[in-house]
Design a protein around this ligand. Structure first.
Ligand SMILES: Cc1cc2nc3c(=O)[nH]c(=O)nc-3n(C[C@H](O)[C@H](O)[C@H](O)COP(=O)(O)OP(=O)(O)OC[C@H]3O[C@@H](n4cnc5c(N)ncnc54)[C@H](O)[C@@H]3O)c2cc1C
Length: 285
């Protein structure tokens, strides 16, 4: 399959990128790792008239920790996260998540920010961004906006990003040293998109859960923080009973997807199983 004809642009700076987006608007698409865009162009599901390739914009190629935030530039590739890139609990959580994303050749090209902009329901980084309260930094020719990840993804493959904006950076809060984290995913084969996954963080005080975050991804149209489950965990001992209760509440809170890969009930069961595993991993970390 070949894409429909398009005009290729290779800007060398963010300024040039946003000027091109301002000029071409809905007719332009950003090309980052190309791991989602190129297949959709080849199938002619996407037919941009202008392709704005950001791979030559060196100022977007960074991952750095500053002022309590892990700042992830638009050219940071998935594979970079397989090694620790942050201090504290993120040092183990992010590599544990990155290894679930597709296969190595895809991970060496695909980008963290591209995943956020693409907003696939089964994106591991979208789940992490929502669970960890990430901020999305979007820039246009008019300036910069900082958008909380929670409201940014508003549907499958749909975000609050405007056509004239680029995600220049995603910021994750650096987690405090005592925080425990866990991630679990189920896919039919290694490297496949997740049918369900869960991400959890837990803080303990005097042996009881004092703070909890639980996000479910892959099982519904968007990654979701399950506040009912988070609230139920507060004050409980970090054990199988707590994980089981939160997992049940989490699976009841989502509206599961139904497709050729599984029924809604199957996905609800999987979501519960992944929530339980992610929480048990967090309790044990
Ligand atoms: C076989 C296969 C398996 C895969 N498995 C997984 C998986 O398990 N989990 C997973 O999460 N992903 C998976 N992917 C997708 C992969 O992770 C992509 O890399 C990711 O979805 C998009 O990142 P990208 O940099 O390749 O973006 P691109 O493909 O270049 O772009 C995707 C979309 O995002 C837009 N975009 C990209 N960057 C920006 C930006 N900085 N600002 C604004 N818009 C932008 C583009 O215009 C386009 O609309 C898989 C892909 C393949 C081919």
């Amino acid at each position: 399959m070949k894409p429909a004809p398009f005009t290729y642009h290779a800007p060398g700076s963010v300024r040039e990128v946003v000027d091109l987006l301002a000029e071409h608007g809905e007719d332009a698409r950003i090309l980052a790792g190309g791991q989602s865009l190129v297949p959709t162009m080849n199938f002619r599901l996407a037919r941009p008239d202008h392709l704005v390739d950001i791979n030559g914009v060196d100022e977007l190629d960074y991952i750095e920790e500053r002022d309590g935030r892990l700042r992830i530039g638009a050219l940071a590739r998935h594979a970079a996260f397989e090694m620790p890139v942050a201090s504290g609990p993120l040092a183990t959580l992010l590599p544990g998540i990155a290894r679930h994303i597709a296969h190595l050749p895809i991970r060496t090209r695909g980008t963290f920010c591209g995943s956020i902009a693409h907003a696939d329901p089964a994106s591991e980084w979208c789940l992490a961004a929502v669970t960890l309260d990430a901020d999305i930094v979007a820039r246009s020719a008019d300036g910069e906006r900082v958008l909380p990840a929670s409201g940014f993804i508003d549907g499958p493959l749909s975000t609050g990003l405007r056509a004239d904006e680029i995600v220049v950076e995603v910021q994750l809060p650096v987690l405090s040293a005592g925080l425990r984290t866990g991630f679990a995913e189920f896919s039919r084969r290694a490297g496949d998109f997740a049918l369900a996954m869960a991400c959890a963080t837990v803080a303990l005080e005097d042996g009881r859960i004092a703070e909890a975050r639980l996000g479910i991804g892959g099982a519904a149209e968007t990654p979701t923080r399950v506040t009912e489950a988070e609230q139920a965990l507060l004050g409980m001992a970090p054990d199988a009973e707590a994980a089981g209760l939160a997992a049940r509440l989490a699976s009841e809170a989502i509206t599961p997807l139904e497709d050729i890969h599984g029924s809604a009930e199957y996905r609800r069961e999987l979501a519960a199983a992944m929530a339980r595993r992610a929480l048990m991993a967090a309790f044990a970390s």
